[in-house]
Ligand binder design. Sequence first.
Ligand code: ATP
Ligand code: MG
Length: 597
Amino acid sequence: MATDPKAAVNPAPKPSNFLRGIIERDLESGAYAARHFGGTPGDAAHHQAGPADPARIRTRFPPEPNGYLHVGHAKSICLNFGLAQDFGGVCHLRFDDTNPEKEEQEFVDAIQEAVTWLGFDWNAGGTSHLYYASHYFDFMYRAAEALVEAGLAYVDEQSAEDMRARRGDFNTPGTDSPYRSRTPAENLARLREMKAGGLPDGGAVLRAKIDMAAANINLRDPTLYRIKRATHHNTGDRWCIYPMYTYAHPIEDALENITHSICTLEFEDQRPFYDWLLESLADLGLLARPLPKQYEFGRLNLSYVVTSKRKLRELVMEGIVEGWDDPRMPTLFGMRRRGYTPASIRAMADGSGASKTNIWLDYGVLDGCLRSDLEGQAPRAMAVLDPVKLVLTNWAEVFGSDGFIEACQAPAHPHLPELGLRHFGLGREVWIERDDYADVPAKGFFRLFPGNKVRLKYGMVVECTGCEKDAAGALTAVLARVVPDTKSGTPGADAVKVKGTITWVGVADAVPASVVLYDRLFTEAQPEAGGRDFREVLNPQSKRAVTAWLEPALAGVPAESRYQFERHGYFVADRKDHRAEAPVFNRITTLRDSWAA
Ligand code: ATP
Ligand code: MG
């Protein structure tokens, strides 16, 4: 039994991750050893004037601030920050905010909070490596002019339709734009007009001049800049031209001295342009060598989960869930509210390694990581989720009065004595689970039925004598007699043998609580398999709130405290709604995987 939570969730050896091999090789060959770093992002001159780069490698996590981070992003965060940590490097948090229309400060703040919560830090050696791509707009424009002057870019004024028609396709080479043969001087004048607002939105674009017949369509003179009059969250109305992602991203990496630029597989076809652009700008003396290199890995998909930002937005907007932080959402805010620990999410991400194919990870893996994180550290408690009263009819006979309360105690954690004891009282009436009673026991049922004895955990042995039902036949109370001298931990307590032990909470000191039993949002592992609409496979049981009875100590615990409710699973005090006078606990997961085939 591991008591060090870190040891429990980070099983050695490291899973297969081809990126580690690449980094090890680069470090061994000294590929990046001679780099300089100017202390902040900058061009070749800026970095060359600085000292040797103290970071052995540099990676980055580059979210677009247009939504909340989800579990797929967690994979990328753990990979980038994790590799930097493991190899003496630094990971930058960069807001890829080159698209003026969709980005908002709210998301910028939420992303920082989520990365911090996951346990990562963009501060290293006294420097904050928190960057905004929009801070590089000046350099990007300067680089564009340099490409134009070098004959490597031109202003194209064809209509979008004509441009598309001339691009060709997989089987057909493209054909040159009539604007392709303009002189650098003409192009420069036109680019400056674009920038000055002399052309309407969509009136022209700046394109790289590479090869309209290239087999890779991304090299057929890709667009670098477009005209768009839009207010940007950082630069306001300063610009009416904005760089394309494919142009901006490599430059962002190079200005930040990134060594290993890790992205998902769909960018593989962009790599030749990434290299073309950076080599061109390094040849022109604008960027420092060695240049960053792009590496692609497979996306992480989690079964029973959708992760596209657009679809998550639909879930929120259509009211299928109650917000971005609904505990059923795979956003990091949702997962946090649900009760997943940062360590469990990191363990899941690390455990899935990195490969060249997109992977589907079973949701049970995440729950497994949660259980192994919490098993060794979460305090235990008793809770009755579907309560019925158990009445001990001979209580006064044995203890002298119906009002007598026997003080009971239990360790907060069976293997962590330093967490101390929990205290609660046993009296004439206790709450038990409704399904702990049966009129007629099924085979293997050892709990309460007339004539059977069970132990109330940490309490006494009771012998069931019958039950009471209402007119409709529903169970209203279970009746039993307490067996004297059987209190747990007292001499002779074990003299009476029982086959069953049940959990309970004393009516006298139980605390009522709202307990929300969350389950998977979808009933199918791949909600969208075969083009299906995920709305067809919503799990109607994904949220069920019950009024439960808890051990008295649970009322006052702070929000986000996590417990194992004995026999039921792991629960967390809700981050938003939990109050001492009105406790709210969320089920994180059950004790065992009830979905396993
Ligand atoms: P979405 O498709 O959900 O909108 P995105 O890729 O557009 O996600 P970005 O903000 O651009 O979102 O992503 C930031 C980083 O996270 C990128 O480097 C991206 O590759 C990575 N990322 C996003 N989803 C996943 C995933 N499922 N697995 C691994 N990495 C991911
Ligand atoms: Mg994106």
